[in-house]
Design a protein around this ligand. Sequence first.
Ligand SMILES: *[C@@H]1O[C@H](CO)[C@@H](O)[C@H](O)[C@H]1NC(C)=O
Ligand SMILES: [Cu+2]
Length: 240
Amino acid sequence: MRFDATTILALAPLVAGHGAVVSYTIDGTVYPGYTGFSPDSSPDTIQFQWPDYNPTLEVTDEKMRCNGGTSAELSAPIAAGSNITATWGQWTHSQGPVMVWMFKCDGDFGSSCTGEGKGWFKIDQMGLTSGTDLNSNNWATDIVVKTLEWSSKVPTNLAPGNYLIRHELLALHQANTPQFYAECAQVVVSGSGSDSVPSDYLYEIPVYAPQDDPGITVDIYQGGLTSYTCPGGEVWSGFQ
Ligand SMILES: *[C@@H]1O[C@H](CO)[C@@H](O)[C@H](O)[C@H]1NC(C)=O
Ligand SMILES: [Cu+2]
C-alpha cells in the first residue's frame, strides 16, 4: 500500500487526540500492553487487545467493558496491598474522572473470564482533584495529561485469585457528550485477604450507570455546579 495523503487522513482518527493504556508497572516490573493496530505481529500481553482508541460514547456499548477486547494471553502477579500503575501512550483531555475497577474471575482467565456479569467493583477513583470549579483543569484526568500515569493500590485484604483490572478515563470536555476510554488487563492477586465486595458495590459493564447520570451527562461550562460525583458509586469503604 502506498502511503499518500489520503492514507494518512484515513489513519488520522486513530492517532489523534485520544488515548489508551499501553503498559502496566507492578513492583518495578513493566508489563507491556497491547500495542494496537497490528494484531498479527503484536506480542502476547497481559492486556486485552483493543481495535482502536476512539472514545466510547454510549454507556450501553459493549466496548464500555474493555474497549472491545475479550481476553489476553498472559497475566501479571500482584500482591494485595501493592500498587499497579497504568501508563497511557498519549492523553490530552484535562476534564473528567479516572476510575479503576476490578472483576474476580470464577476460575481461569480466557473465555471463562471476559468480565460479563455483575462482578465489577471500584478500587480507586477521583473526579475533581481540588476546589469546586468544574470548568478547570482540576481533574484526575489532568494528572494523566501531565504524567501519562495513574497508580492504584490493590486492596490489602482483597481475596487472592484471578482478576481483571479495568482503567477508565471519562472525558467531559464536550458538554453533554461524554467520552469513555477503558482498557482491561489480567492480574493474579496473592495474599491472605478474605474481602469480597458487598453486592451493592458490584456492577455489570455495560451498564454501570444510565446515560443521563449527572456524572456522565454534565455541562462543565454551564456554571453553578460546585461538585462532581463519579458515576457508578463509591469505592467500598470496607477495603483496607
Ligand atoms: C498507590 O495508590 C494509591 C491510590 O490507590 C495512591 O494514593 C498512592 O499514591 C499510590 N502510591 C504510589 C507510590 O504511587
Ligand atoms: Cu480524545
